[in-house]
Design a protein around this ligand. Structure first.
Ligand SMILES: Cc1ncc(COP(=O)(O)O)c(C=O)c1O
Length: 446
C-alpha cells in the first residue's frame, strides 16, 4: 500500500497569521506599515511565539516551535531551527556551537572552496581554517582520506560544502565515518541541497551522518529568499542552539519567511513524490542533452551543468545564447554554465530548455582556444583571519599585493567562493592566478 508517512502535517504559523489578521483591526504594534505592505508581516505579538526564545522540546510549544517540529519530522533531525537569515545564519550558528563545545580548539578543517559565509564566520569567531583541497578547481568534493590525514589536536570541527556551485558533491557518509572515529563533529554546508531529503535517493547530510547541516530552503524548495533550516542530529548541540542563533540573527525575524517555511512543510507532506518526479525528469533531460552532443559535468539532481570547456566554448557564450531565448542561468563562468531547477520548475520550463538547447547545438558556439580549468591557488597563512580582517588595510593593484597579507577575501559573486582569504600571504604565483581570474585589485594589510 502506498501510504504517506508525512500526512497531516499542519501549518501552525500560517493558521495563526490568518486568524490574527482577520481578528485584529487596529494594529498598535510594529511594523509601521500596519499591514498595508502585507498583512502577514507581523511582529512577536501575543500568541505569535518568538524565534530565538521558543522551546522546541516543550510539549506546549508555541507556533514556531511546533512548525520547526514538523520540519524536523520531515528531515529526520533531532532538532530543526528556522532561519530568516538564510543558510548564512545557520552556518554562523553551527560554527559557534562547535566553538562552544570545542574546548578551546580554534582550527576548522574545511574544503577550500567553501562559501564566503564560512570564512566570514571564522573571522567573527576567531577560527582558522585548515584547508583540504579537492581534485578540481571550485569543486567542493573533498575525500574522507584527505580529511583523515589533516585532522590534528587543534581541529575543532570538519566543515564540508556539498553541493558545490557546479553541482559536485562530497561523500558525506565516508567523511562522517572518519569524523566520528576521531570524535570530531561534521558540519555540512548543504545550502544547495535541502531537497536531497526527498530525492530518488535520500542523500541528505543528516541521513548520511552529519552532526549538523545548513539547508537554504529558499534555494530549491518553495520558500521565500532568506528562509533556511539548521538541522541538528547530535543532541549535544541542541541546548544552546537557539541562543547562539540569536547572536547573529536580526531580533525581528520576518514572519513572511516563517510563514513560507511553515507552508513548505505541508506542501512537501502533501506531495511527497513531487521532488523525486522532478529529479527524474531532469535526469532524462540530461540524457537527451548528452545524446544531442552536449558534454555535461557530473552534478546533483537539480542542476544541469554544461561542461563548456569540453565543448570548445565558454559558459559566458552559452549563457548569453540562453538569455536571448529568455532563459536565465544560475551561474556561468569561463568553464561551465549551470542551470538550476527547483520545486517550482514546470514541465514547460524543462521542455523550453530542451527546445532551445537542441535547436542550438554546442558546435555552433565553438570559440578558439577555450580556457582550461585553472589550478588551485594554495597560499599559506600570514596571520589568522580575524587579525588580518581587523587590521588597517589598503587596496592595491593585485600585482602590488605580492609579499603582503590579504585583508579582505576576493569573492566574485556568484558563486561567492573566495579565491583568497583574509590572513593569507600573496605570492607571485597567487597574484598572477588572481589576475587571470579577473581579480584586478586586492585589499591588503598595511
Ligand atoms: C555554498 C553556499 N553556502 C552558503 C551560502 C549562503 O546561503 P544564504 O544565501 O542562504 O545565506 C550560499 C549562498 O549562495 C552558498 O552558495
Amino acid at each position: 500500500m502506498d501510504t504517506n508517512k508525512f500526512a497531516g502535517i499542519a501549518t501552525p504559523i500560517h493558521d495563526f497569521l490568518e486568524k490574527t489578521t482577520k481578528k485584529c483591526f487596529v494594529r498598535c504594534y510594529m511594523p509601521g506599515h500596519k499591514g498595508s505592505e502585507n498583512p502577514f508581516d507581523i511582529t512577536e505579538i501575543e500568541g505569535a511565539d518568538s524565534l530565538y526564545d521558543t522551546d522546541f522540546f516543550s510539549k506546549n510549544a508555541g507556533i514556531i516551535a511546533k512548525s520547526e517540529q514538523n520540519a524536523s519530522k520531515l528531515f529526520g533531525s533531532e532538532q530543526t531551527l528556522y532561519s530568516c537569515g538564510g543558510g548564512t545564519l545557520a552556518i554562523q550558528t553551527m560554527l559557534a556551537l562547535a566553538k562552544e563545545k570545542g574546548g578551546g580548539r580554534d582550527h576548522v578543517l574545511a574544503a577550500r572552496y567553501s562559501h564566503r559565509s564560512f570564512i566570514n564566520t571564522c573571522v567573527l569567531l576567531g577560527l582558522t581554517p585548515t584547508w583540504v583541497y579537492p581534485q578540481e578547481y571550485m569543486s567542493a568534493a573533498v575525500t574522507a582520506q584527505d580529511i583523515a590525514a589533516k585532522l590534528n589536536s587543534r581541529t575543532l570541527a570538519v566543515f564540508v560544502n556539498s553541493i558545490d556551485c557546479y553541482g559536485g558533491m562530497s561523500d558525506i557518509a565516508a567523511i562522517a565515518e572518519v569524523c566520528h572515529a576521531a570524535d570530531m563533529p561534521l558540519i555540512v554546508d548543504n545550502t544547495h541541497g535541502a531537497y536531497l531529503k526527498f530525492a530518488p535517493v535520500d542523500l541528505h547530510p543528516i541521513t548520511l551522518g552529519a552532526d549538523m547541516c545548513a539547508d537554504s530552503a529558499h534555494k530549491t524548495l518553495p520558500v521565500l529568499t532568506g528562509g533556511a533550516y539548521l538541522h541538528i542530529a547530535n543532541k549535544k548541540y541542541c541546548k544552546s542552539a537557539k541562543q547562539l542563533e540569536s547572536l547573529f540573527g536580526s531580533s525581528s525575524p520576518s514572519y513572511l519567511i516563517l510563514d513560507s517555511l511553515d507552508r513548505c512543510n505541508a506542501e512537501i507532506a502533501n506531495h511527497p513524490k513531487k521532488i523525486g518526479e522532478l529529479c527524474r525528469k531532469i535526469s532524462s533531460l540530461k540524457a537527451k542533452l548528452c545524446d544531442a552532443g552536449y558534454a555535461l559535468s557530473t552534478s546533483d539532481y537539480l542542476r544541469i551543468t554544461l561542461n563548456c570547456t569540453a565543448m570548445n566554448t565558454t559558459g559566458y557564450v552559452l549563457s548569453a545564447m540562453l538569455r536571448e531565448f529568455a532563459i536565465e542561468c544560475e551561474y556561468a563562468d569561463k568553464y561551465r554554465c549551470v542551470l538550476l531547477f527547483g520545486y517550482g520548475t514546470t514541465d514547460i520550463d524543462l521542455d523550453t530548455v530542451w527546445q532551445v538547447l537542441s535547436a542550438n547545438p554546442p558546435m555552433s558556439f565553438a570559440v578558439q582556444n577555450p580556457p582550461a580549468m585553472p589550478k588551485h591557488i594554495k597560499p599559506q597563512w600570514g596571520c589568522v583571519p580575524t587579525k588580518a580582517y581587523f587590521s588597517e588595510f589598503t587596496t592595491v593593484p593585485v600585482m602590488k599585493a605580492v609579499g603582503k597579507i590579504c585583508a579582505r577575501s576576493a569573492s566574485p559573486c556568484p558563486p561567492g567562493i573566495p579565491l583568497v582569504m583574509p590572513g593569507e600571504k600573496i605570492t607571485v604565483d597567487c597574484a598572477r592566478a588572481l589576475k587571470d581570474m579577473g581579480i584586478n585589485e586586492l585589499s591588503v594589510v598595511i
